[in-house]
Design a protein around this ligand. Structure first.
Ligand code: ARG
Ligand code: ZN
Length: 868
């Protein structure tokens, strides 16, 4: 049961109107649907049977144009209903029931802490009622919700058009959404909720009521999300000319949620962790995450809702574009360079690993068994890079012309990635034929760059060869069209003019498998700065010497590439350490690296955020991604040694910068303060790496006196990772006692322990899962503990005895029965066994096989496991 893009057919029937009526009860919720259906004129002649998707539903009755059908008049199949049809237009009424309380999949309608809520993307609506659950069926919805008085707040999409009391004491509210939409954008919320309210006036003067709903205890944590929402609404008007289109925009925070958030029309539903924040309880990165996700979901109102996807193969049409939009939003409001470094780091470690793994797929996949498995870094983040490349090729104005045309042409329609690219072409009279390969070819392209300089003629040549590794079902790849931003530095560090206009940066367009670019009139051999700003999602290989990298680190005009040079430098040093470890030699960190890091740390001219990013050193995962064959033990040994050596060598400088940045001020999550806190806390961590008593005193002191969660969490982390057992235990208990009523802080507390190489041993992880703060049915807790262990505790997860892999296998088997979407994420770390060297590969494969032989698997887990 694989679905293929090539098999796409338009829907047989369209639904012009959808009227829904819910009577909410925890165990038996009644759903009555009235659908105005007509034959799709584009689907050909004849009247095929009408098929409606439906899963886990109890069917009571079907009525066609007012006449009740008997159960022999239609077929009830495992995946839905098939109903013979005799006329091209009719009204179908269905009555069924569902059980929200038992719904642990968190798809469809379910209960979270007594609140009813829905998640319908991608295919959850079929768990609510029988319906053509596909995004190219767009319908006008009205929704009536009936519930008892313990659920006074009753929400759905659009505008409220009625409310009242039933004779039995229950209440009802009716909502109408004037915009036709696919079922995946439907939402319903019912609960005992409080809300904060604000108003936004659009550019054309529409007054929009903004409301954020939460449980009463969280009402003080909504301000940042509200501010972010207003910023997003303004930004989309200014940058894309897009205005909001309803009189009300609602956001609801829900504790049990499979993903970050969902862009339901007019009623966004958020994972509590992605919307609730206060300075006392949320870290800087939580503040930034909230801003970007609030923006992301809001931007979907145009890129996703007004213009939606024809089918789920087109997911990147809305997600890639919207991630690009939210990234630019964050870059405009904060530090652009830091945002870029963070995004590229995520891409290089995790998306590149996806490209190199068994589930590799193009941003527009050709087939899937379970679409939920394709909400990936490839579709989202690489998809955003593909949109960014179009932006780079066309320039900001050309891109805006293209997006204007796209929204105008396709407003109210369900379209394809192809339609997006064509709008960009048509608005700019360009040809993106070759560029389209980014949508169909998987894998991370590699650019091998060499150069030549002819002193006698002053000609400099860059020779660029592109290739792309084999991925599942794709052996041979055609050359990509790659925008390659670059500059040349002279020996003073200045940028050399590269064209008549005197620009020091060019975007070379790479289209062939081998290309030579010539630069004339150079007086000396230049130093190339390549792929500036990460202008394409590729790997660049160029044989820089350590001296050249140091030179780029201090002189490149492109901030991103200064950081990138530091990464290349650190990679080189760490590779040396790894080899020494493997050969049983004694380890020594290259003295050049220490000098370079000292200079960086003391450089007050540099943005502290950049200093922080450089000081961090590449993570174990990014070193693993760069390895041909992963030797986990050597990676841990090399990185631990490098950090200890830096810590010992720079102890005075670290203390100095820590003291200087440790200033008291009221908390504000602005770019400058965030940067300073980050560098300060990185200094603290480095100081503690040696486990010296006075460093740990600093951590303890910060732990006791911190006025915000960023500093508090950083101190806790230092104590957990480097303090002796007694100190660590004490900090863990104190912190929990202080914050046990706060769900978001508790999640952070769980994650810190699970991610710790020292504390997150398998026994401790198992104990943590018995702690009252843990809940297997809550995805955030699962991600904190099990995800933290498997994805962020490199050392313990990769223990040589394979116990980490066996543990993950056990959890996947248990979770699959509760929540397949979560289970199929948890399994991923044990699917990449082919990349490992030595016995770990065999042990990982054995754990995976155990999952695969554990009995009946969900489609979700089955797909991931069987492809590995
Ligand atoms: N559209 C949502 C977002 O990215 C994510 C929905 C995820 N749903 C799922 N079944 N994986 O904003
Ligand atoms: Zn999205």
């Amino acid at each position: 049961n694989t679905t293929y893009l090539k098999d796409y057919r338009v829907p047989d029937y369209l639904v012009d109107n959808t009227d829904l009526h819910f009577e909410l009860e925890a165990k038996v919720t009644q759903v009555r649907t009235r659908l105005k259906i007509r034959r799709n004129p584009k689907a050909g002649d004849g009247l095929p049977p009408l098929f409606l998707d439906g899963v886990d539903l109890q069917l009571f009755s079907v009525t066609l144009d007012g006449i009740a059908l008997s159960s022999t008049d239609y077929q009830e199949l495992p995946q839905g209903l098939s109903i013979p049809v005799e006329k091209p237009e009719f009204v179908l009424e269905i009555h069924n029931s569902i059980n929200p309380e038992e719904n642990t999949s968190l798809e469809g309608l379910y209960l979270s802490n007594k609140m009813y809520c829905t998640q319908c993307e991608a295919e959850g609506f079929r768990k609510i009622t029988f319906y053509p659950d596909r995004p190219d069926v767009m319908s006008k919805f009205t929704t009536t919700i009936v519930a008892s008085k313990d659920h006074p707040v009753l929400l759905s999409n659009g505008n409220e058009i009625g409310r009242g009391h039933c004779e039995d004491g229950r209440q009802f509210v009716t909502w109408e959404d004037p915009f036709p939409k696919p079922a995946y954008l439907f939402a319903l919320v019912a609960g005992n909720l409080e809300h904060v309210e604000d108003v936004f006036t659009t550019a054309r003067g529409r007054k929009v009521k903004l409301q954020i709903f939460t449980e009463a205890k969280n009402i003080g944590k909504c301000d940042h999300a509200m501010r972010s929402l207003k910023n997003a609404m303004r930004w989309d008007e200014e940058v894309y000319g897009r205005e909001y289109d309803l009189d009300i925009f609602m956001v609801v925070a829900v504790d049990h949620f499979n993903m970050g958030a969902m862009e339901n029309k007019g009623l966004n539903i958020f994972n509590s962790a992605c919307v609730l924040a206060s300075p006392e309880t949320a870290t800087d990165s939580a503040f930034q995450r909230i801003e970007s996700i609030v923006g992301h979901e809001y931007f979907h109102n145009w890129s996703g809702n007004r213009v939606t996807c024809r089918d789920w193969f087109q997911l990147s049409l809305k997600e890639g574009f919207t991630v690009f939009r939210d990234a630019e939003f964050s870059a405009d409001l904060n530090s652009r360079a830091v945002k870029r470094i963070e995004d590229v780091t995520l891409l290089r470690t995790n998306q590149f690993a996806e490209d190199a793994g068994p589930m590799a797929h193009p941003i527009r996949p050709d087939s899937y068994m379970e679409i939920s498995n394709f909400y990936t870094l490839t579709v989202y983040e690489k998809g955003a890079e593909v949109v960014r490349m179009i932006h780079t090729l066309l320039g900001a104005d050309g891109f805006r012309k293209g997006s204007d045309l796209y929204f105008e042409r396709h407003d109210g329609c369900a379209v394809t990635c192809e339609d997006f690219v064509r709008a960009m072409e048509d608005a700019n009279q360009v040809d993106l034929t070759q560029f389209r390969r980014w949508y169909s070819q998987a894998g991370t392209p590699v650019l091998d760059v060499t150069d030549q300089f002819d002193e006698s003629t002053g000609v400099y040549r860059l020779i660029v060869r592109q290739s792309c590794p084999v991925t599942p079902e794709q052996k041979d790849k055609l050359p990509f069209h790659i925008p390659f931003a670059m500059g040349l530095l002279d020996s003073t560090g200045s940028g050399i003019a590269l064209d008549k206009a005197g620009s020091t940066q060019l975007v070379l367009e790479i289209t062939e498998s081998e290309q030579v670019f010539e630069f004339n009139g150079l007086r000396e051999r230049p130093l190339p700065s390549l792929l500036r700003g990460f202008s394409a999602p590729v790997k660049v290989r160029y044989d820089y010497s350590l001296e050249q990298l140091l030179f780029l680190m201090s002189h490149d005009s492109d901030t991103f590439n200064r950081w990138d040079a530091s990464q290349r430098f650190a990679f080189k040093a760490m590779n040396q350490l790894q080899s020494a470890y493997q050969e049983g030699l004694s380890l020594e960190l290259s003295p050049e690296l220490i000098v370079a890091y000292r200079n960086i740390l003391l450089n007050k001219e540099l943005d502290p955020a950049l200093v922080a990013e450089i000081m961090l050193l590449p993570s174990e995962h990014s070193i693993a991604e760069e390895s041909v064959s992963i030797d986990a033990e050597a990676i841990v040994a090399a990185r631990t040694f490098a950090r200890k050596s830096l810590s010992c060598a720079l102890i005075d400088e670290l203390k100095e910068r820590y003291a200087e940045l440790d200033i008291e001020r009221p908390y504000s999550p602005n770019a400058k303060d965030i940067a300073e806190r980050r560098l300060k806390n990185i200094c603290l961590e480095y100081l503690c790496v040696t486990e010296s008593a006075d460093a740990l005193d600093l951590a303890q002191c910060q732990f006791d006196s911190a006025g915000n969660m960023t500093d508090s969490a950083a101190a806790l982390s230092a104590l957990i990772n480097y303090g002796n057992d007694q100190y660590a235990e004490q900090a863990i208990h104190q912190f929990y006692d202080r914050w046990k009523e706060d769900t978001q802080v508790t999640e952070l507390w769980l994650a810190q322990q699970a991610c710790s190489a020292k504390r997150g041993t398998l026994n401790n992880i198992k104990a943590l899962m018995q702690h009252p703060a843990f809940e297997l049915k809550n995805p955030n807790k699962v991600r904190a503990v099990i995800g933290g262990f498997a994805n962020r505790n490199f050392q313990q997860f990769h223990k040589n005895d394979g116990s980490g892999f066996e543990f993950v296998a056990d959890q996947v088997i248990a979770l699959d029965k509760l929540n397949p979407q979560v289970a199929s994420r948890v399994v991923i770390p044990i699917t990449r066994w082919k990349k490992y060297s030595g016995e770990l590969a065999g042990k990982m494969k054995a754990a995976l096989l155990r999952v695969s032989n554990s009995g009946e698997l969900s489609k979700d887990v089955y797909e991931v496991v069987s492809k590995s």
